[in-house]
Structures are given as C-alpha cells and as structure tokens.
Design a protein around this ligand. Structure first.
Ligand SMILES: [Zn+2]
Length: 387
C-alpha cells in the first residue's frame, strides 16, 4: 500500500471538515412513491371496510420520545386527520400501545440472558408522562383523540388465547424457518423478582401452560387461559401476534372498528416479508391481503445513512455532533420559541399530503435545515417587531 497516498487522503478529509451540498431536495418517483403518488388516502379508504378506524402506534417508553418516535406518532395523527377530512363518514382514533414488557435492564447469569421489564421498573412512569404530553399535543393540533393500552390489557383480549396456543403448537416449525430456536419467544417474568428469561431458554410449553425457570426462585408455571395478562412476546412475535389479532378483529363483522398500524420504516420491506407475511401464512392460514394495512413513517438517518437510535444516544453517548434538539425531547419542546413540535408536525403533514415525500427517508441535516429556516424566520420577525 502506498502510505503517502493514504496520509494525503486523511489530511484532505481533515481539511474538508464541512460537508457541502447544493441544498436542493429531490423526490425521485419509484416503488410506492410512484404507485400511490396521487391516490394514497383514497387507496387506504378503499381498503377500509368499517366506519370506525383505529390507528395503532406503539413504543417502548424506556427513555424520552426521540425524533424517530415523534415522527411516527405525528405520521399517525396527521394521517388520521387527513382520512377524517377526506371522508366525513369515518371516525378515526389513535391507540397508543405501550410495550411495557420491553427490557429496562439486561443481565447475564450462568450464560443465560435475563431482563428486567419496564413495568417492573419505576423509571418508566416519569418517562411515560413525556409520551402523554406528546400525545396531548398531537390530539390538540390534529383534532384526533387517543387511547392508551398496555400489554396486560392487550393480552386480556379473548382472541389472544387461541393465537398463543396456535403459536405454541407451531413454534418449532416457525423458528426452524429462521434457523434458530429463539427468534419467536414467549416470556414470563418471575412473580417474585421480575427476572425474565429473555430468550426463553429454559421455558417448557404445554397445552394450557408455560413453565419457566428463575435462577433464584426456581420453577414457576402460568396457566395461559387464566393468566394470559402475564404473557410477554419478543418483538418479532409481538409483531406477528398483533397482526393476526387485528386480522381477526378486522374480519369480525360484529366488531364495529377496524385497525390499521403506523410504525417506523425500519420494519418495512424484508423484515415484514420474512417475519410477518411468511410466518402469518405458515401459522394462521390467512391471506396476505386480509392482514391489517401498515403505513410506515420515514426514518431519520444520521450522517452515514443509519437510523437515528434512541438507545445508542443514551448508552454510548452517540450523536455528540448533532444539536440537542434532535436527540433530546425536552430541548426540542423548548426550542424555537417553544415551536419545536409544531415545526415537525407541519413538515410531517406535508408528507401525508404529498406521498412522494412519505415513501422516503430524511437525514438529520434535512431537519437541521428545516429548523435553521424557522430560526431565521423567528429572528427576522423579532427584529422587525423591535424596529
Ligand atoms: Zn425470581
């Protein structure tokens, strides 16, 4: 290797610290942005059969809502409000599903990974308040009401028993598709200490019960029918069970509402094709066109094109190069004359109105530009007032 060349290259990078671009935004049509460019809302409405629509969103409240979560929530509320404006016959409501069975702490005991869940950890209630504050803001700005449901309430639904039994019966063949025994896992927390075998390594499944093992308190068993509220699913299984449950609800004409999901685009494409559509057809004998519609919100990408990660910003102190309002909810709320959330909502609403803006992703620099323009506008306004 020619070292002198490498050194020159590094020098050049050091000298060119500022990343320059032409500041022009392009919207090349392709894929979904081409297919739905002029009829997205009417396409959705053609596929919604009932008069009451629930748009489901979810989050693991293990830290303040970050930009990606805020964008997903705003996509849902804005979409709801556009649907309502388009068709007066439809009632739309948001359902925020709290994934309180997500880990707040991970530990390893004798080579087995255990987690302590959010619901067993008191931190989550103070963080939940911030989510509720965000939801209240969105309710006010969009005119769409919301409800909250936790995992326990989710599990109490009558259809869950049948779906869990179906999963237990087919879990080996399902996991075999993915070449691993722990891709789709049901978990139960120890009733005494809250420790949960994250990958269900020591779980034993029976017709009506699941037996688990706590490293401190030994074996414990739960009855699936009587104690379904205690069940927890890892992300791929929760995604699958949710879809199969909503599929049942949507098809059941005695239930007056229909459910549509809004989630982040990191679950779009290959993930959903493999982990949802293939598995749903394997497990549930369902047709893909009868599964609930999922609308994906654009991702916010860092300089390298990777999605902005909430957990990395906390655990690894990542994104030190970004302004605080992009990674910290409290800063965002207070920034720009307290108009931080309004600025993003206005932007997200324009995506729903123009689907070519919805079926793509946005970089952190795009958002910094957006805020910069607003800041300049606010400065100009305050100067003209003081003149
Ligand atoms: Zn225990």
């Amino acid at each position: 290797m020619d070292l002198s060349l490498t050194n020159n290259f590094h020098e050049k990078i050091e000298l060119d610290k500022v990343i320059t671009h032409d500041n022009k935004v392009y919207y090349p049509l392709g894929g979904a942005s081409y297919l739905f460019n002029d009829n997205f809302i009417s396409y959705l409405l053609n596929n919604i059969k009932k008069e009451n629509l629930i748009i489901s969103i979810g989050a693991q409240p293990n830290s303040s809502p970050h930009l990606g979560t805020i964008i997903t929530f705003m996509t849902a509320f804005s979409l709801a409000s556009k649907i309502k404006n388009f068709s007066k016959q439809i009632n739309v409501e948001i359902l925020f599903e709290i994934v309180d069975s997500a880990p707040s702490e991970i530990l390893k005991i004798k080579d087995i990974v255990y987690q302590i869940n959010l619901r067993n950890n008191s931190i989550s209630s103070s963080i939940l308040k911030k989510y509720i504050e965000l939801l209240n803001f969105l309710e006010k700005i969009s005119g769409i009401t919301y409800k909250i449901r936790n995992q326990e309430e989710f599990n109490k639904q009558k259809e869950i028993l049948e779906l869990v039994k179906l999963f237990i019966k087919n879990r080996d063949s399902l996991n075999r598709v993915f070449g691993s025994s722990d891709k789709f896992v049901i978990r139960v927390s120890c009733p005494q200490c809250g420790l949960t075998d994250k990958k269900g390594v020591n779980n034993k499944y029976f017709n009506n019960s699941i037996e688990c093992l706590c490293p401190t308190h030994g074996k414990f068993k739960i009855n699936i029918k009587k104690q379904s509220r205690l069940l927890e699913y890892n992300t791929p299984l929760r995604n699958l069970i949710r879809a199969l449950l909503y599929h049942k609800k949507n098809k059941d004409t005695s239930i007056e509402y229909e459910i549509l999901r809004v989630t982040g685009s990191d679950y779009a494409g290959y993930y959903q094709e493999q982990a949802l559509y293939r598995t749903a057809s394997l497990l549930g004998n369902v047709y893909a066109h009868e599964l609930p519609i999922i609308v994906y919100s654009p991702l916010i990408l860092d300089w390298s094109g990777a999605k902005l990660s909430k957990s990395l910003s906390i655990k690894q102190n990542a994104y030190g190069y970004l302004p605080s309002y992009l990674v910290d909810y409290d800063y965002l709320k207070e920034s720009f004359d307290k108009k931080g959330l309004d600025i993003i909502y206005e932007e997200v609403s324009s995506w729903i109105d123009n689907p070519h803006k919805l079926f793509r992703h946005y970089s952190v620099y795009y958002f910094m530009n957006l805020f910069k323009k607003k800041e300049e506008y606010l400065q100009l306004n305050s100067e003209s007032k003081s003149d």
